[in-house]
Design a protein around this ligand. Structure first.
Ligand SMILES: NC(=O)C1=CN([C@@H]2O[C@H](COP(=O)(O)OP(=O)(O)OC[C@H]3O[C@@H](n4cnc5c(N)ncnc54)[C@H](O)[C@@H]3O)[C@@H](O)[C@H]2O)C=CC1
Ligand code: BAL
Length: 499
């Protein structure tokens, strides 16, 4: 499947896809109780693809009550880890079988380039689900090193009903990051996809039933944030909320928890990640390639988008030329056409927000050295890759998350100043560091206040490494790696007294 087809072939597949458009509760596709729907639009054409069930608190109450009953029945939670592994592995296999359809669906609803969906999002989704399935029967619990007259065991247990509130930027990947470990632990899971991107999650729910995951274990409630996210956040029978999205909405979940059952809240929020190029960085072609990928991947709609490029003054002129040259590889066009690396942004609100930041950047004195405009194409929401020069750390575009194909170049007088600028932010998700000096790499990667630091590359790590942020970028836990199981389990100490 990771071989690319032609635009014509993808368009033919798009025409034939059945678009999932109902909520998924207790193994059934159902309308919202209210009968309300919301449009799902293709942001690359403006076309309404379908109307999707728009759930509210009454659907949340039904889904949570049912998920709780199913959890307590033990049909999933009381299976052995090896039995859960078999079903979740089957789910990964079915996603792989339907990968082409899912990739096209993701392109249609999110405006993401098919190239990325096929080469990155689908393979990573599948391998993530598989990785957690494989881990199911390989995690051991512990015996504590207490005295000989006692035995103390430390065991993980499922928590019950878990709700995952997803963003629209990587719909399938974010689903996999949360669903994989939550299911494998034995929980019942309710997914609230972002309103723009419900369809791929609904398709995966259909596959979960085929994989043998019992009805009611995996539910999907499409709908607006305040209508579905808020009642989930406030529900007394939801034990965990795992959220990815904006810091503003993340804060709300902490309030919902405080106002209800003190449910655990795990937040993976925004960022203002830096690429830091120190005075001794070499191989500037590779540095430029990484900087451009870090800034533009997924149209910059990425929590780790490197939107602040902090460059030592001695390298600035040469590196800037190389960065501009690398933009040739990142052309914008019809996302169903595999020759393009950039598609549309997600919706009108995001489009206006990004263009608004470009105007603010100009007004505050930064200089556009590439792009800077909307692109008129097929009634879609396309924005040129945009680079600002002469950005200073106090400018709005150097402080606020833009979440679009826009990044700014900031000049630093010294390596120490570059690190200080990198840390001068309320966020702390990821940082890229470029140097050929091993000592500086160690020293400064320790000093950078970020959950992931990548040295001489742009990376978020992989499934084996924990992902999450410092400061306003994160709270309460990590996605990915075995640490993700901490989000979805309780730890029980049991004490046997032999004295
Ligand atoms: N960390 C990340 O990966 C993401 C960051 N963002 C940032 O957030 C900005 C705004 O994008 P949005 O889509 O509006 O993000 P958002 O944080 O509002 O949406 C994320 C999820 O939260 C839900 N939600 C929204 N309002 C809610 C509420 N009152 N109660 C409960 N749930 C609610 C949404 O329906 C969606 O499922 C972006 O411009 C970007 O800066 C957005 C998406 C992903
Ligand atoms: N880049 C993966 C996580 C996110 O953007 O939310």
């Amino acid at each position: 499947m990771s071989e690319l087809l032609t635009k014509q072939e993808y368009s033919e597949i798009a025409k034939k896809i059945t678009l999932p458009n109902k909520a998924f509760i207790n193994g059934q596709f159902v309308d919202a109780q209210s009968g309300q729907t919301m449009p799902s639009e293709n942001p690359a054409t403006g076309e309404v693809l379908t109307e999707i069930a728009s759930c509210d608190a009454s659907d949340v109450n039904i889904a949570v009550a049912n998920a709780k009953t199913v959890y307590e029945s033990g049909v999933w939670s009381a299976l052995s880890p090896a039995e859960r592994k078999t079903a979740v592995l089957k789910l990964a296999d079915l996603i792989e079988e339907h990968a082409l359809e899912l990739a096209v669906l993701e392109t249609l609803e999110a405006g993401k380039p098919i190239h990325e969906c096929v080469k990155t999002d689908l393979p990573e989704t599948i391998s993530c689900i598989r990785w957690y399935a494989e881990a199911a029967d390989k995690m051991y619990d512990q015996i504590s090193p207490t005295a000989n007259n006692a035995l103390a065991t430390i065991r993980r247990e499922a928590v019950g009903v878990v709700a995952c509130v997803l963003p629209w930027n990587f719909p399938l990947m974010m689903l996999a990051w949360k669903l994989g470990p939550a299911l494998v632990m034995g929980n019942s899971v309710i997914i609230k996809p972002a309103e723009s991107t419900s369809m791929t999650t609904l398709k995966v729910a259909e596959l979960a039933i085929k994989a043998g995951i019992p009805a009611g274990v995996f539910n999907v409630l499409p709908g607006l944030g305040p209508n579905v996210g808020e009642p989930l956040g406030l529900h007394e029978d939801v034990q965990v909320i795992s959220f990815t999205g904006s810091t503003a909405t993340g804060r709300r979940f902490l309030k919902y928890s405080a106002d209800s059952n003190l449910k655990r809240v795990v937040l993976e929020c925004g960022g203002k990640s830096p690429s830091v190029v120190l005075s001794d960085a070499d191989n500037l072609d590779s540095v430029a390639e990484n900087i451009v990928a870090a800034g533009l991947w997924n149209m910059g709609q990425n929590c780790t988008a490197n939107s602040r490029i902090i460059i030592h003054k001695d390298l600035k002129v040469e590196l800037t030329k190389k960065i501009i040259a690398k933009l040739d590889d990142w052309r914008t066009g019809d996302p169903l056409d595999p020759q393009y690396m950039l598609g549309s942004v997600i919706n009108r609100q995001q489009y206006d927000k990004v263009l608004g930041y470009i105007e603010i950047g100009k007004k505050e004195g930064a200089k556009v050295i590439f792009g800077g405009n909307a692109i008129e194409l097929n009634n879609g929401l396309f924005i040129e890759p945009t680079i600002f020069d002469s950005v200073t750390p106090d400018m709005t575009i150097a402080k606020e998350e833009i979440f679009g194909p826009v990044f700014g170049l900031i000049e630093a007088e010294s390596d120490e100043e570059a690190i200080a600028i990198a840390n001068d932010t309320c966020y702390g998700l990821q940082a890229s560091l470029y140097t050929r000096d091993l000592k500086k790499a160690h020293l400064y990667s320790q000093q950078l206040k970020a959950g992931t630091v990548s040295v001489n590359c742009f990376s978020e790590g992989d499934i084996t490494t924990p992902f999450g942020g410092y400061k306003l970028s994160g709270f309460g836990g990590r996605d990915n790696s075995l640490m993700a199981f901490d989000q979805y389990s309780e730890v029980k100490a049991t004490w046997f007294d032999f004295s």
